[in-house]
Design a protein around this ligand. Sequence first.
Ligand SMILES: [Zn+2]
Length: 490
Amino acid sequence: MRRLAARLCFFALCAAACDSRACDAPPIGARTVSPLAQGMEPALAPPTALPPEPAAPPAAPRPRADASDVLVVTIDTARADHFGAYGSTTAHTPAFDALAAAGVRYERATTPTPLTGPAHTTLFTGRHPAVHGTEINSGPAPLLAGRERPTLLAQSFVAAGYRTAAFVASVILAPRVGLSAGFETYDAPTPAVREVAAQDRVEKALAWVDTAHDAPFFLWVHFMEPHAPHVAPPGSAADVEPYDAELTAADAALGALLAGLEARGRGRPLIVVVAGDHGEGLGDHVETEHGVFVYDDTLHVPLVLRASGRFDGGRVVATPVTLADLAPTLRALCGLPSIESDGVSLLALPAARDLFAQSLYPKVAFGWAPLFALQRGSFVYIDAPRPELYDLASDPRERRNVLAAQPTTARTLAAALSARRDELASGRLTGLQPAAHDVERAQLAALGYASATGSVPTVGPDPKVMIRDYEARRAAHRVDGLPPSVLPQQ
Ligand SMILES: [Zn+2]
């Protein structure tokens, strides 16, 4: 209760179609899917006097008889190196670790931005935040405002005859963020409740599964426990940090969910994806939570896939992957039509790739410079007023900025980052406003401002200069674990 009360105070203060085999099959069952459930606009009646000829109803899709159930679990604020499977010696995450031992664990999985709504939108669309437009949590969801909208995974699954449901734990993921399209059931806390416990999400998800016995399901369950404020659940070991105790609580819920599904004996294979949406700073680069920086502390997330015959055997993949890869992977795995994506299917992962990340939170919340990062091989270049270069091979905690010692590498990665930003900006879905930082950047470029590394400098105070004062003010405002009132949701 103490944790829930703290969270309530925190929020109160805080400002497709199916594959050909399936489509060719005769329809079964009486369940129909409304156009709205598929994310389409309802058609208006034609303004003619004569009624149209009655059209044959469209054939209801029928999944293959051996189609798998699909479970996606997202653990909010899950920092990879605090899971046992990622080498933590302090955390207790047996359910996740067991899943990793049976499936495939991605050693270098990252989020494209350390913010809840934008990261989940990338997971379910396969598009980068710079493309789908949900780049911060606050404000109207661009996903709902744009003339061109990406197809969400749930829309493709429901169109292919799957039952679909989502049980999310935070109001940050309420329908207004734009992720509910395609889900027949989308259960999110109301603004008055704000957040619900993982145990509640598991119970409701399993009760829903009991109603979905006629077809395979696509089920998303979201846990919020590790998000700030960090309050150890009752009964937690006294020598465990509150954040780790909250991870353990989320992991226990994951275990209960998997056990509940297994106990139901659905007679279908089960594909499981468990991912974090972003990590948590925990003070390692002064930032205590997430959203400002683009260091590994908040970008590196746990990721495991388990699918019999394709993702199994306890393999560990070292090639960098991103949350944007999950939508194309599930599409390929389940025979759904592939659509344009900024990620790749993990069934055909290239040996090497660049990964791009960003955070607009410092710009939007405080007027500081936005931050952008590009990882190539073991190097990470961070585009900031004072740029940074880290070699994760020798410095996995990103403590030593080697930009001065490696100017050629820095220039190469800066140019690649700039090109990637241009590429993503050009792919931005129509009907959306250009990102403010890209407008600013274009204006600077037109005036001839270009940094020595070839990129256009980002404008505003450097977040790493401002972060100490920011955290000091947060600490000063924090009463009984409450952060200041002016911060947008992270
Ligand atoms: Zn989050």
